[in-house]
Design a protein around this ligand. Structure first.
Ligand code: FES
Ligand code: FES
Length: 159
């Protein structure tokens, strides 16, 4: 039997009826049409399906959709309002996007980092993306992109 749940998705309050065995990644992609969240391994190993639940990065392929009841969810679609976020811009400027399959998960893991720690060192950035696999970039460009975003966000706050 479907359960009624209430949650906030990218800042919008929602109520839905959800089957108890539905995975969050399938709910987002198939029922809400938010296909920015990717499916890679489907078993919690690659991070392509990462979304934020109450600000924490979570593998949506391992999460039942009913568990988001009462919580705040951010997907990659929630990062850009009228324009790309500084973090997204930095990924582009540093060449941190190649095939792009890992990018939504990388963006959300690193957003969670920067929200908590606006001035991360290289090791903290590597730790933050340790659950996100990238087959294309070799990671150096991704680390540079996060450093660039951190610097630009700090400059914005100082203005
Ligand atoms: S698809 Fe979820 S961790 Fe790989
Ligand atoms: S850009 Fe292709 S997997 Fe990361």
């Amino acid at each position: 039997m479907a359960n009624k749940i209430s949650f906030s998705l990218n800042g919008v309050a929602m109520e839905k009826y959800i089957e108890p065995n539905l995975l969050l990644v399938d709910f987002l992609r198939n029922e809400l049409g938010l296909t920015g969240t990717k499916v890679g391994c489907g078993i919690g190993e690659c991070g392509a399906c990462t979304v934020l639940i109450n600000g924490e990065p979570v593998n949506s392929c391992l999460t039942l959709a009913v568990t988001i009841d009462g919580k705040e969810i951010i997907t990659v679609e929630g990062l850009a309002a009228d324009k790309l976020s500084p973090l997204q811009e930095a990924f582009i400027k540093e060449g941190a996007v190649q095939c792009g399959y890992c990018t939504p998960g990388m963006l959300l893991s690193t957003k969670a980092l920067l929200d908590k720690n606006p001035d991360p060192d290289e090791n903290q950035i590597k730790e933050a993306i340790s659950g996100n696999l990238c087959r294309c970039t070799g990671y150096a460009a991704i680390v540079r992109a996060v450093q660039r975003a951190a610097k630009e966000l700090k400059e914005k706050v100082a203005e």
